[in-house]
Design a protein around this ligand. Structure first.
Ligand SMILES: Nc1ncnc2c1ncn2[C@@H]1O[C@H](COP(=O)(O)OP(=O)(O)O)[C@@H](O)[C@H]1O
Ligand SMILES: [Mg+2]
Length: 608
């Protein structure tokens, strides 16, 4: 099979690298590519936005599949054109790519579908925009409506900065027509994270979480860039947050876009701002992030071509994505002066030595070949990416490789991933394989032992007790909300493949008269433990009876109602696992001794 990748950055190098691992692929082309991509693909000198030329090339060379990297090609309508000619292409059509291409569209869409985002107002008149800025005061954020290569957003600390920003966009027209309208929105606080998924318009298949580093200097200081580094997973996105994002952001966005007659296909990327339990969407992108693609694709174990094809065919629900549980880190090396003015054509030294470091891949972004040497040809030059047993190790390896590489004026941030390390320290957990798993339920299908499934988000309060106990026992688990009445097909598929994915025990929490636990038991050979979730006794009784009264041959080991039952469900799951896992058996033994000690203390209190 012949594949064409459109684009020329680090993201595209990572895509080509991953596609080259597919046994089904015989030839890869990249347009226009870069010096690093040249080693793995045939680079063709066609710009990513010259979609007519790309169409001709694809036809002339009998390309079977085209993968689009950058947003500019999508906005130019490459998918519409290729589809019109019956060609297979991965990405959204123009009318869906508007979710990224117009911030005005995205904000109005989020408002309409109740997707959490900063409050905002839209202006097409400079005077009215300034008047509004006077009214609400600083800080606030000014955004040019259209694509502006990451430069159209100004976070203004003062009224003057905000007014300068609208003048730059609307009066000086720094971004051309992209500045016909502006969004003025509330300035949010918190930590940013990227939530990136494949979608075919019917299913969201989330990749692990990741985090970009936008600012040029350490400590997130200085002007914004295209991204100076990234890592995955991002511990700021806890399992509860990931669930929330799936249910309140990703699924409603996919469904809303379909309802608008703009079905999404390709990548759906939500840029999030997280402050405690407040989660807001900053923006959507309709393509892989750069540099997030580099660490994410390095963790993806499945054949990515299968996923691209399933997205095109609308069969993503059949894909079981395998993810390497080990964290990855990408450190971007840039030209001196970037994101301002910089020089090109500097000879890059030490590349061969860098790639010899264990677990390291060097993805090229702005590079070219000149007189047989690899030289700089852009602001962001390389994405040095490493995988490690722990995040700490991955960071160490990435910087070891960075330190091998040199050119005049080269620059990189020295604190990529530090935020995640700090977070894991404050949580008292090392970011090792297991703890990384536990903060990332969505991505850990390979190593998860227990799955906690719920009928609705309201059951989360009860089922958290099960999760807490599993965490205490260091048992990797995942939590899923699967509303049985509207998603039974997906649930059945999930249940019937759970064992295959390495899951050993399923705990199902459900209220009222939900058939969730019974349905799961009917579609798996794994032990299923049921927890009736309603708090009020009568309703709890209904849930209890519905759970116990299942047809013969599909048992649900039913616990007590509520949190106590949830915790006991986890204890029972641990006991089942302990039959074959000495480590878990030891944790359980310690837990038992702790309980006995507590009971003895209580008895002592009575005697005393
Ligand atoms: N409402 C907001 N509050 C605070 N910071 C914001 C807000 N909106 C955007 N930002 C900052 O600006 C950056 C760029 O904004 P974004 O909406 O992602 O546009 P783009 O990526 O197209 O430039 C974000 O990554 C974030 O750091
Ligand atoms: Mg952004």
């Amino acid at each position: 099979m012949k594949v064409l990748v459109v684009g020329s950055g680090g993201r595209e190098h990572a895509l080509v690298w991953k596609i080259s691992q597919s046994a089904r692929v015989t030839k890869i082309y990249c347009a226009p590519g870069n010096a690093g991509i040249k080693g793995m693909a045939e680079c063709v000198d066609i710009a990513a936005t010259d979609i007519e030329a790309l169409l001709q090339f694809t036809k002339n060379n009998n390309i079977d599949l085209t993968i689009v990297g950058p947003e500019s090609s999508l906005a130019a309508g490459i998918v519409d054109l290729f589809e019109k000619h019956g060609l297979r292409i991965f990405g959204p059509r123009k009318n869906a790519a508007i979710l990224e291409g117009s911030k005005v569209f995205a904000k109005e869409f989020m408002q309409k579908y109740a997707i959490p985002t900063a409050s905002f107002k839209i202006f097409d008149d400079l005077k009215k925009a300034k008047k509004y800025i006077n009214q609400i005061g600083a800080p606030l954020v000014v955004k040019a409506d259209g694509l502006a290569a990451g430069k159209g957003v100004i976070v203004a600390a003062s009224i003057k900065e905000a007014k300068d920003a609208v003048e730059l966009i609307m009066q000086d027209r720094a971004f051309g027509d992209a500045g016909n309208k502006v969004v003025i929105e509330a300035c949010l606080q918190g930590e940013e994270a990227s939530f990136i998924a494949f979608t075919d318009g019917k299913t969201i298949l989330p990749l692990p979480t990741s985090q970009d580093h936008k600012a040029i200097y350490d400590g997130d200081k200085g002007p914004n860039t295209g991204g100076m580094g990234a890592y995955s997973p991002a511990p700021v996105v806890t399992e509860a947050i990931a669930d929330y994002v799936m249910n309140k952001v990703m699924l409603p966005t996919m469904e809303g876009m379909a309802a608008e007659g703009r079905p999404l296909k390709g990548m759906l990327y939500a840029g999030l701002m997280i402050e405690g339990d407040k989660i807001n969407v900053l923006e959507f992108n309709c393509r892989f992030g750069d540099p997030e693609a580099q660490p994410l694709l390095m963790r993806l174990k499945s054949d990515v071509v299968d996923i691209f094809e399933a997205a095109i065919d609308g069969t993503l629900d059949m894909i079981e994505m395998k993810i390497d549980p080990r964290p990855t880190v990408c450190v971007v090396m840039s030209s001196g002066g970037y994101p301002g003015k910089y020089e090109e054509g500097k000879i890059i030294k030490g590349l061969a030595r860098a790639v010899k470091e264990t677990g390291v891949q060097v993805f090229h972004a702005g590079t070219a070949r000149k007189n047989g040497r690899i030289v700089t040809a852009g602001g962001r030059v390389l994405g040095v990416t490493a995988v490690g047993k722990s995040l700490e190790k991955a960071i160490e390896q990435a910087y070891k490789a960075v330190d091998c590489i040199h050119w005049t004026g080269c620059y990189s941030r020295r604190d990529i991933g530090a935020k995640a390390l700090r977070r894991s320290e404050t949580l008292g957990a090392q970011v090792t394989d297991r703890s990384a798993l536990m903060t990332q339920p969505l991505e850990t299908e390979a190593a998860v032992l227990v799955a906690i499934v719920m009928d609705s988000k309201t059951d989360l309060l009860v089922m958290q007790a099960a999760a807490d106990f599993l965490k205490k026992m260091s048992i990797p688990y995942e939590m899923k909300v699967a509303p049985v009445h509207i998603a039974s097909e997906r649930l059945i598929h999930w249940a019937s493949t759970a064992q295959q994915r390495g899951i050993k025990v399923i705990i199902a929490g459900a209220g009222i008269i939900s058939p969730l636990a019974g349905i799961i038991s009917a579609h798996t050979d794994l032990p299923v433990i049921g927890v009736p979730c309603e708090d009020s006794l009568r309703h709890g009784m209904n849930a209890l009876v519905a759970m116990v009264q299942v047809p013969s041959g599909m048992p649900v080991a039913t616990m007590a109602i509520g949190q106590m039952g949830a915790k006991n469900g986890a204890v029972l799951a641990a006991r089942i696992l302990a039959l074959q896992d000495k480590e878990i058996a030891a944790h359980l033994q310690a837990f038992k001794l702790e309980i006995i000690r507590e009971l003895e203390e209580q008895a002592g209190n009575i005697e005393g």
